[in-house]
Ligand binder design. Structure first.
Ligand code: ATP
Ligand code: MG
Length: 339
């Protein structure tokens, strides 16, 4: 039997997970865990922008693991991995940084955009080089497939480049990984910003209560050109309808609301009310499962411990191949008197 192809993908422990994670990434992860050998990583080496708030990182590790369990990721099938507890990630990142041209980092559009979010605060070197860590994350388990949101594509491109260079120059150690973008490549925020993000405070979280969801939806950014419910409205580019498209399974209701909205025959209040109902119906089973696991945190801990141990075994095997390919057997190749 042919071995199952491997997946590596991850999330930064910066807070609980939101609808953007679900539609851009998690939904694919849940589906693919039946066909692939999955490693899901909590990337705690990559949160240098939270250096002043390590307590939040520590807490977010549990939030992320709970959200994973809540959406149906299964730690028996898939490895839940804490990045820094597999220090081979750091080791490999150092070697691989030799093969990553500086210009490629400087041109990386995702990195550029994120660095702008720092504003006047100074950017730590680790933030500038976190894509190198990401390259190491993907190559360490020798992954074939990386299911991610669209913002991560530039990082996967870097990874492919590094794998090609390493394989060409030394030995064929790394598969060249493919990216797989989810159903909604980049979900907008409730404020209309291009990306729903933990860091931008514009997210609906999977663990939000129905009352919080109702309130967030009520406050959502909508068509700014429309002043009265009787004005013809814009559906395209309107976050409320983007969410209806992404999360409301009742396609007829969505089509009807769009048609009335365009004619000026339905108000924002009604469209939002129906959206909140659809989102809460979607989130209810996720909230239930989350509550069950939250009442049994020992299971969550075991999931992280097991997955991390499994990843470490794979990591050690890869590092042996890497050291062999680089021909670093200093001590092994030692011959007394140069013989
Ligand atoms: P932060 O703001 O702390 O960077 P984030 O919300 O961007 O958090 P990440 O941990 O960086 O989350 O991303 C985890 C995964 O979820 C990545 O594959 C990313 O592409 C995907 N993702 C995050 N936000 C969205 C979104 N709004 N739409 C689609 N995919 C998303
Ligand atoms: Mg991010």
């Amino acid at each position: 039997m042919e071995a199952r192809k491997r997946i590596l993908t991850g999330i930064r422990p910066t807070g609980p997970l939101h609808l953007g994670h679900y539609a851009g990434a998690l939904e694919n992860w849940v589906r693919l865990q039946t066909t692939h050998d999955c490693h899901f990583l909590i990337a705690d080496y990559q949160v240098s922008d939270y250096a002043d708030d390590i307590a939040r990182v520590r807490e977010a590790v549990w939030e992320v693991a709970l959200d994973w369990l809540a959406v149906g990721l299964d730690p028996e099938r898939s490895a839940f991995v804490i990045e820094s507890l597999v220090p081979e990630h750091a080791e490999l990142a150092v070697w691989l940084s030799w093969f990553l041209p500086l210009g490629m980092l400087q041109r990386n559009p995702t990195l550029k955009a994120e660095m702008e979010d720092f504003g006047r605060r100074s950017v730590p070197v680790a933030f500038f080089t976190y894509p190198v860590m990401q390259v190491a994350n993907i190559l360490l388990p020798r992954a074939h497939l990386v299911p991610v949101g669209e913002d991560q594509l530039p990082h996967i491109e870097l990874t492919r480049e590094v794998a090609r260079r390493f394989n060409r120059q030394f030995k064929e150690v790394f598969p060249e990984p493919e990216a797989l973008v989810g159903r909604v490549p980049r979900l907008v925020g409730i404020d209309g910003q291009a990306k729903m993000s933990k860091s931008l405070d514009n997210a609906i979280y999977l663990k939000d209560t129905p009352a919080v969801v109702n309130e967030k939806v009520r406050s959502m950014y909508t068509d700014p050109t429309r002043l009265r419910a009787t004005d013809p409205g814009h559906v395209e580019g309107n976050p409320v309808f983007m969410y209806h498209d992404a999360f409301n399974p009742d396609r007829e209701e969505v089509a009807e609301l769009k048609e009335r909205y365009r004619r000026g025959a339905v108000g924002d209040v009604e469209v939002k009310r129906r959206l909140a109902i659809a989102l809460n119906a979607f989130l209810d089973p996720i909230r239930d499962r989350r509550a069950r696991f939250a009442a049994n945190m020992g299971l969550v801990r075991d999931a992280l411990a097991d997955g991390t141990a499994r990843a470490r075994t794979v990591a050690r095997a890869t590092m042996e191949q890497v050291r062999d390919a680089l021909d670093l057997g200093y001590l092994e190749k030692f011959r007394p008197n140069g013989g």
